[in-house]
Design a protein around this ligand. Structure first.
Ligand code: NDP
Length: 331
């Protein structure tokens, strides 16, 4: 750790994991839960996805300290229907449940062609590519979505109703890392808007509206008002679908219900996640043909490769976080 003149703290990448584990344990996690959450934070930092890295630590720690999240959770997995795994996260953070469900869900998909995990009683504060890539690394296609607190209006409306509701998708590839896209239903993830507010810069037009429904580029006004879905009514329908799959279908809270129940301690609300796994065996060769055709066009790249391209830079240069964030984590 080194304090820099610009008011930031510099960390080597290999300092991230032990620092996160230590803080999470001191806030009430047992080792297994701390390792799972810290590994998620480390992977986000390693891939340059700072909005889901150490930036999230104060929220993780606050919800442990307030008692909202169970730091000693022991996820329970049962087969409720032949192709459905019911996963009760025991009131803990989602990463430990992901680690435990990936293999049985992949095995279910390989045996039957399809498997669904209905993850409930969980607190999701991370980027979803981590769980869909766990499935792809087990050799199956993974699709995951989760709801959050209201941030997006329904099509035609101006008041938040849907969460930023991300959808992630990973396709496994032989001898290569999976193809993965992972995107919020909003034009921009809320974490990015929070970072812009913290750093004091404006955002492009079209990202959000203020409390009165007027367009604004001020991230603080957007945080009080609403983010906008990407693609207008099309993105709004995706966000609505996520509410239906990750809440209604699996018996968890919708975003507005989660917000009404949440103690607003800075961490995530309780919710659910819908995770689908599919056996890709018959489609692997065809998919490689598609990827090759895509890459024939100048200016293209595969989704997921942009994030991976950041790894060598982060490894060489380490991570910079604001000093107040470092002090919050350390204290
Ligand atoms: P981005 O808009 O940054 O990226 C969306 C996707 O598009 C990525 O998979 C990205 O791949 C891909 N992509 C970007 N540019 C290109 C390109 N030129 N060619 C091909 N693919 C491209 O992500 P968002 O801001 O929408 O989401 C950020 C994160 O926030 C997600 O990880 C999401 O899971 C998380 N989130 C979590 C929530 C929660 O409740 N836990 C709530 C909301 C969001 P690449 O990575 O390679 O650039």
């Amino acid at each position: 750790m080194k304090k820099l003149e610009n008011g930031s703290v510099h960390l080597e990448l290999d300092e991230v994991m032990p620092m996160a584990v230590d803080s999470l344990k001191r806030a009430g996690c047992d080792d297994e839960n701390a390792q799972a959450v810290a590994s998620c934070i480390y992977e986000a930092e390693r891939h340059g996805a700072h909005s889901h890295g150490l930036f999230r630590m104060p929220g993780y720690l606050a919800s442990l300290k307030s008692g909202k999240v169970n730091g000693k959770a022991s996820p329970k997995i049962s087969t409720s229907k032949p192709s459905v795994l019911s996963v009760d996260s025991d009131g803990g953070y989602a990463p430990l449940a992901h680690k435990k469900l990936a293999k049985p869900l992949a095995d279910m998909a390989k045996a039957q062609g399809v498997g669904v995990a209905a993850l409930t009683n969980t607190f999701h504060f991370a980027a979803l590519w981590q769980e869909t890539e766990m499935l792809a690394n087990e050799g199956v296609v993974g699709l995951a979505c989760t709801a959050f607190k209201p941030a997006l209006p329904p099509a035609g409306g101006s008041k938040p109703l849907y969460g930023t509701n991300p959808v992630a998708f990973s396709w496994p590839r032989e001898d290569k890392e999976p193809l993965t896209f992972d995107q919020a239903s909003a034009v921009m993830a809320r974490g990015e808007v929070m970072i812009a507010a913290r750093e004091g810069h404006t955002l492009p037009e079209g990202v959000g509206i203020d409390e009165n429904g007027n367009p604004t580029t001020d991230p603080n006004e957007i945080l009080k008002g609403a983010l906008l879905p990407y693609g207008g009514y099309k993105g709004a329908s995706i966000a609505m679908m996520v509410e239906l799959l990750a809440a209604s279908l699996i018996g968890e809270q919708l975003s507005f219900e989660a917000a009404a129940q949440d103690n607003n301690d800075g961490g995530p609300p309780r919710g659910g996640e819908f995770i689908l796994a599919l056996d890709p065996t018959n489609g692997l060769a065809s998919a490689e043909g598609l990827f090759a055709k895509m890459l024939e066009q100048e200016g293209t790249r595969l989704p997921g490769d942009g994030r991976r391209a950041k790894r060598s830079k982060v490894l060489a240069e380490g991570v910079q976080i604001p000093v107040d964030l470092y002090e919050k984590i350390a204290s």
